[in-house]
Design a protein around this ligand. Structure first.
Ligand code: MF3
Ligand code: CO
Ligand code: CO
Length: 278
């Protein structure tokens, strides 16, 4: 176990530059999806091109995470429907009704940021839409806890409570993580479940990813291939993720879009308050 790294305000500012590149790139990918035409590999190409315009590097390209024996060969992970995370971009055409999570890590001047959005291709089922919304709301419930005096258990508890209140389940095997000069910093796991006041105490300058993965069915997962994690029961999954810094003024989201995002705000206008979904 390594020591948790603490970032200075200027290092957090550097991570924000990567965060802006990630936020805009994810939304560029989302907006490029044409049902029946776009493949997940097309979206990875778009990501690589968009990152260049920010002087940002695809941090996952050639990256070997601790959980894999081989390096990853794409800029993004794209997971569709029953795929939970680490879906590999390929010549898979996205079609109406698909639920797609777009996950990427990029770096600017050596500092990383990591974020995931889930989006719908055209109209989707009510169940899938609820899944997408509840997962996003759960992420924000977790982010709200990223404060001095709180713990990783407070974050996990807030996420788990919101998800289970809506009859869904969090994935337990995969967790949020510290981030900085590398996509994953060891020593700071952020589970999507937990108990209040348990886990790791939070301090100013900690930077980590909060990333609930939520399933409509049971919480069991398995490998479909070298990388792709799918639900064991075939039920659909959603994934949202932000990179967050703990500051004296509370949680700061480093991967939010630079300006207001009208599309997202239209969908989630009141989600900070009581749940849209009862
Ligand atoms: N972005 C992923 C995360 O949220 C990491 C993917 S590592 C890869 O932690 F090698 F699978 F791409
Ligand atoms: Co990620
Ligand atoms: Co992550």
């Amino acid at each position: 176990m390594r020591k948790i790294t603490i970032k200075t305000p200027s290092e957090i500012q550097a991570m924000r530059q990567a965060g802006i590149a990630v936020a805009v790139t994810l939304r560029t990918m989302r907006d490029a999806i044409v049902a029946g035409e776009t493949t997940t590999l097309d979206l990875d190409d778009i990501a690589q091109e968009t990152l260049k315009t920010f002087g940002a590097k695809p941090a996952l390209l050639g990256y070997k995470p601790s959980f894999s024996a081989v390096p990853y060969l794409h800029a993004t992970c794209i997971s569709v429907n029953n795929e939970v995370i680490h879906g590999v971009p390929k010549k898979r055409i996205l079609t109406t009704g698909d639920l797609v999570s777009l996950d990427m890590t990029a770096s600017v001047d050596g500092w990383c940021a990591d974020s995931t959005i889930t989006t719908a291709v055209g109209p989707i089922s009510d169940k899938a839409r609820r899944l997408m919304l509840v997962t996003r709301e759960a992420m924000y419930r977790g982010i709200e806890q990223a404060r001095i005096g709180r713990t990783t258990g407070d974050i996990g508890y807030a996420i788990q409570r919101h998800v289970e209140k809506h009859g869904m389940n969090v994935v337990r095997e995969m967790v949020g993580h510290g981030i900085g000069r590398t996509p994953h910093e060891s020593g700071l796991d952020v589970p999507n479940y937990g108990k209040p006041r348990k886990g790791i105490p939070l301090h100013i300058g900690m930077t980590f990813c909060i990333e609930p993965m939520v399933m409509l069915g049971g919480s069991k997962i398995e490998h479909a291939d070298e990388w792709t994690i799918v639900t064991s029961d075939g039920s659909w999954a959603a994934h949202w993720e932000h990179t967050v810094a703990v500051t004296k003024d509370g949680p700061v989201i480093l991967t939010s879009p630079p300006r207001e995002d009208p599309v997202e705000n239209a969908n989630f206008a009141t989600s900070d308050e009581a749940s849209l979904i009862s």
